[in-house]
Design a protein around this ligand. Structure first.
Ligand SMILES: [Zn+2]
Ligand SMILES: [Zn+2]
Length: 284
């Protein structure tokens, strides 16, 4: 069965994240390595890293994904902010190596300019920033962990078919990143109909040659092409249960790729509910 899990908290220490995921019945997990809305970083103590590795080994969970913090603006035209973001992403990679996490996931952030002509410049700056983090070479030797670039919920060009996956694929191939993380909510919001073979074929076509390492399995509050980054419980949004069934039954590039849910957590029953749904969708 393919690996599945949810985004968990590291409150109480990194090893607690493993325990939380295991208690929920997850076989893989994702977490933030620090507060995602802060530039402050506390060093990871050797004892914490040791406990994390020990617990992971004992419970056999993985791969382990770290979600980079939300403040990163890797395509900003503000040089100081961009350099700070490059530094921070480097720290995220180092932290992954310290605890032995397998991947760091980062959004293919936008500078906030949605005009088409400025998108090109955004993507050049983004690729340059990733190269600076990874050390320019084709395949990074600087870090053990792999870097995954995630699609964002940008609205599709008016009238035209969506093409953001093509731009993201180019960024992966040119920057030396290990591959891609595909978020179903973001993909749906940016105009890719993940419910239909036609929509999925378009993604497969636009991501040719790029390795998919992770799926963020989230339903979407908004309709197809809304441009809204608002996650919903599985089956309760625009994608729906039937849509997810089609998505998960589709072949490459998604076949067998681990899934992590970043669905709403308003009360304690939410994660178990979405995990039950995911399990039923994934089958035996
Ligand atoms: Zn996501
Ligand atoms: Zn999102």
């Amino acid at each position: 069965m393919r690996k599945f899990g949810v985004h968990v908290s590291i409150e109480g220490g990194f090893s607690k994240a493993i325990e939380r995921a295991n208690a929920l019945g997850c076989t893989t997990l994702q977490f933030f390595s620090h507060s995602p809305r802060s530039w402050q970083l506390a060093d990871i103590q050797a004892e914490q890293a040791r406990l994390f590795r020990e617990e992971r080994e004992k419970l056999g969970l993985g791969p382990v994904f770290i979600h980079a913090c939300y403040l990163l603006t890797l395509s900003s035209e503000d040089t100081a902010l961009r350099e700070k973001s490059v530094w921070m992403l480097g720290e995220e990679m180092s932290r992954a190596d310290i605890i032995g996490a397998d991947y760091v996931v980062v959004h293919s952030g936008h500078s906030g300019n949605s005009e088409t002509e400025e998108e090109e410049g955004d993507s050049i700056l983004f690729i340059e920033s990733i190269k600076s983090v990874l050390g320019k070479g084709k395949k990074s030797k600087k870090f053990k962990a792999g870097l995954l670039l995630e699609n964002t919920a940008q609205a599709p060009p008016p009238g035209g078919p969506p093409s953001s996956m093509k731009a993201l694929s180019r960024a992966v191939l040119e920057s030396g990143a290990a591959g891609m993380c595909f978020d179903t909510c973001h993909g749906f919001a940016s105009g890719y109909d993940v419910r239909t073979a036609e929509g999925l074929k378009l993604i497969a076509h636009q991501t040719e040659g790029v390795k998919m390492h992770l799926i963020h399995l989230n339903d979407a509050k908004g309709p197809l092409g809304s441009g809204l980054d608002r996650h919903e419980h599985l089956g309760k949004g625009g994608i729906g249960l039937e849509g997810f069934r089609n998505f998960l039954g589709f072949g490459p590039p998604f076949k067998g790729v681990p899934v992590i849910m970043e669905t709403p957590k308003k009360d304690e029953g939410d994660d178990p509910m979405n995990l039950r749904t995911a399990k039923a969708l994934l089958g035996p």
